[in-house]
Design a protein around this ligand. Structure first.
Ligand SMILES: [Zn+2]
Length: 120
């Protein structure tokens, strides 16, 4: 998603997802949950519109998200929560970094190191 491209619309709230820093789709891509094929064909949404994922991002610059009910962190296995927080926080930090460098970086190099090279 180049900065000059028209943004994609969030399939939850209908507003534009303005850049990679707030993209749920790219967070899933950099954390190895989807490949680059799916990246092109999947619906975009804001991270904050997907609280079940956003609750795992722990950073001073990211407003904390709380989820009630069965998918909330308090209901989940603590090892799983710890692992998800580590992964998704790193993924989110990667998005902040990509916002600065994505114009010069090929898409296969976007993901976190351990998830690179999985896609053609
Ligand atoms: Zn949204």
């Amino acid at each position: 998603m180049a900065k000059c491209d028209q943004g994609y619309l969030c399939d939850i709230c209908g507003e534009e997802v303005e850049d990679i820093r707030e993209s749920d789709l790219y967070l899933r891509f950099v954390t190895g949950q989807i490949d680059s094929q799916k990246l092109l064909g999947s619906a975009e949404r804001h991270l904050i519109c997907n609280p079940v994922v956003a609750q795992f991002i722990i950073d001073d610059a990211f407003p904390p998200v709380t989820v009630e009910g069965p998918f909330g962190k308090s209901e989940l296995d603590s090892d799983y929560v710890t692992a998800q927080e580590a992964l998704l926080t790193r993924g989110w930090l990667r998005l902040q970094e990509l916002f600065e460098i994505s114009e010069t970086l090929p898409v296969p190099d976007y993901p976190l190191e351990e998830f690179r090279g999985r896609t053609a």
